[in-house]
Ligand binder design. Structure first.
Ligand code: ATP
Length: 261
């Protein structure tokens, strides 16, 4: 008989809330993300998806509610603290250092894991030189892993195609050796071929790296095809969750997308 793996929650939100003045962008959302899953967050424009991501990654400190990474309370931690704990993300509007090389963009993303401090960086004792060499080797590894051609290593980020920039963002996130990867609209602006390749890549990294992936995505075909679990937000509230089949047929979801007749 096959052993059944017990389900483990890697991330949990309890009554998570974000207010901006009088507007409640995310309203008392309970959320559980199963370790090893690919899950999606969907909902109409302005539903609160990016705000939810911004709380998970420490960009915003929640107005109310709590966040847990395994059994550790991570509510209100800063982005670099969360990176160290294994949470990495990409952004809806690609955030690369345009005038830095491809390689340097990845190295910058790794700095929170490096031990060398400013003095060490200036005096460059052998241990620091060794650490830098290791970091560079790792960065090159992740660039290749994410499918960026070797010939692009010293190109400026701004000279990459859109699809390559998305891959560079993912390489940078992977170089921080995350357990949880949050992707905010990773296929926005991609053509169908690039979207198909990225979908396959997400499945590959989940199985090879034992990553858990949470997506915000508007491409419903992709979402329905790749997700183990989907959470639907509308006007800041969770209105539905479950398997793609469940969510697809939920009248509340259909109404939120199509509007009341
Ligand atoms: N920093 C902010 N200050 C004030 N209001 C904000 C801020 N960030 C988001 N909002 C508002 O919160 C609501 C949710 O926005 P959010 O960007 O999270 O939605 P979304 O679901 O990601 O939308 P989209 O699919 O269009 O990206 C919107 O009404 C937005 O205008």
């Amino acid at each position: 008989m096959m052993a059944v793996e017990p389900k483990v929650a890697i991330l949990e939100a309890q009554q998570l809330t974000m207010r901006f003045g009088g507007l409640t962008a995310v309203n008392q959302v309970d959320f559980v993300l199963e370790k090893g899953s690919i899950a999606s967050l969907i909902g109409p424009n302005g539903a609160g998806k990016t705000t939810f991501f911004n709380m998970l990654t420490g960009i915003y400190s929640p107005s109310a509610g709590r966040l847990w990474l395994y059994d550790r309370d991570i509510t209100g931690l800063k982005p670099d603290e969360l990176t160290k704990l294994g949470v990495a993300r990409t952004f809806q509007n690609i955030r690369l250092f345009n005038n830095m090389t491809v390689l340097d963009n990845v190295l910058v993303g790794m700095h929170s894991k490096l031990k060398a401090n400013l003095v060490g960086t200036l005096l460059r004792p052998p241990a620091v030189v060794q650490e830098e060499a290791n970091a560079r080797k790792k960065a090159l590894y992740w660039l290749e892993y994410a499918g960026l051609a070797k010939s692009r290593t010293f190109e400026l980020a701004k000279n990459l195609s859109y699809g390559e920039q998305r891959r560079l963002e993912i390489a940078r996130a992977l170089a921080s050796e995350p357990q949880l990867l949050l992707l905010d609209e990773p296929t926005a602006g991609m053509n169908p071929k690039e979207t198909g390749e990225l979908t396959a890549f997400m499945q590959q990294i989940r199985s090879e790296l034992q990553l858990t992936i949470l997506l915000i995505e508007h491409d419903m075909k992709l979402v329905m095809g790749i997700s183990d679990y989907i959470t639907v937000l509308a006007n800041g509230k969770k209105i539905s969750e479950g398997t793609p089949n469940h969510v697809r047929q939920d009248p509340l979801v259909i109404e939120a997308y199509l509007g009341k007749e």
